[in-house]
Structure formats: C-alpha cells, structure tokens
Design a protein around this ligand. Structure first.
Ligand code: HEC
Length: 157
C-alpha cells in the first residue's frame, strides 16, 4: 500500500515537474520566436535603408568605382595633394594644363574630365606635369559614373 502511495506521490511530482518544464519550454519557444521576429525586422531595415539612401541611378556607384580603379591612391576628395591633384570641386574649375607642349588654361567641363580620365597623356595638369597618371582600362559607363560622382562630391561643399 505504502508503495502505491509513494508511487503516486512520485508520479505527481513528475507531473508537476513536467508542467513547470512545459511552461519553461513554451516560454523559451515564445522568446526565441519573438527574437526571430525582431531579427527579421532589423534585417529588413538594414536592407531597405541603404537602398533609400543611394540614388536610384546605376550600380556600382561612384565610390565603388573610385576604389575599384584605385583613383583614391593618387587623388584625395578632401582637398589634400597626394600623388595627383585633389578632385573635389574639380568640375568647372579653371585648370592650367600643358597640351602639346603649350601651357593653356581650360575649364574642367565634362569633356575635359572624360579626356583626363581616359587619356591622361593628352594634356597634363601643369602643376603635376612631372607626375604620370596611368591610362586606366575603363568602360565608358564607368567613366560617366565617376564624373557624376566627382561633380556631386564638389557640390556638397
Ligand atoms: C598612379 C596615380 C594615379 C591614379 C591611380 C589615377 N590618377 Fe588621375 N591623375 C594623376 C596625376 C599625377 C594627375 C596630374 C597629371 C596629369 O594630368 O596627367 C592626374 C590627373 C587627373 C585628373 C585631372 C585633374 C585636374 O586637376 O585637372 C582627373 C580628373 C583624374 N586624374 C581622375 C582620375 C580618376 C577618376 C582615376 C581613377 C579612374 C585616376 N585619376 C587615377 C595620378 C593618378
């Protein structure tokens, strides 16, 4: 008889354990699913925010190309002189260049910038005439994107 009572008591104990445990399990499941929900939300904002910030233009964008073609190794966009001249505010600036041995002043419009990027030997910035910019192998689209980027960088100031 005692055995049976003991057995029942133990059984009750286990049922109670199971109940608490079950509650714990449910709590853990709820918590983790809540967290997942939050993670998903964070993920969404992470993905959508940069899309809203960047212009709807093309990818890759200016900064990407500026690194891809290593322009940054010779040109600063903050006004400092590195190996080459700084490129912020370059758009429509008057530049002294040497073209076919003659020093002339030109305005750095789109055509000038295109030429400066695609055929650096055609004319050289007078101040930097002893330095050489290597001719990059670069598709026309990327040149356009880079020029847009240089113009935009100048406008911010
Ligand atoms: C190895 C260094 C080097 C790299 C890399 C380089 N440049 Fe240059 N760049 C120069 C030098 C030096 C000059 C000035 C001499 C000249 O005009 O050739 C110059 C001139 C220019 C000019 C004319 C600036 C002015 O004041 O009129 C532009 C625009 C320019 N670079 C854009 C670029 C872009 C865009 C890239 C990347 C695709 C690039 N450069 C990569 C060295 C470099």
């Amino acid at each position: 008889m005692k055995k049976i009572i003991n057995y029942l008591l133990n059984f009750r104990f286990f049922v109670r354990m199971f109940r608490t445990y079950k509650l714990l399990m449910i709590a853990i499941i709820l918590l983790s699913s809540c967290r997942q929900g939050n993670d998903n939300n964070e993920g969404n904002t992470d993905i959508t925010q940069p899309e809203q910030q960047t212009s709807p233009a093309s990818s890759p964008d200016g900064p990407d190309l500026f690194s891809k073609y290593a322009c940054f190794t010779c040109h600063s966009l903050e006004g400092g002189v590195m190996y080459g001249p700084p490129l912020n505010g370059i758009f429509m600036k008057e530049v002294n260049v040497i073209r076919q041995g003659r020093e002339i002043t030109v305005v750095a419009d789109r055509d000038y910038l295109t030429k400066a990027i695609t055929d650096p030997e055609y004319e050289k910035v007078a101040e930097f005439k002893d330095k050489t910019m290597p001719k990059p192998v670069i598709p026309e689209d990327d040149v356009e994107t880079l020029i847009d980027y240089l113009i935009k960088t100048g406008e911010k100031e």
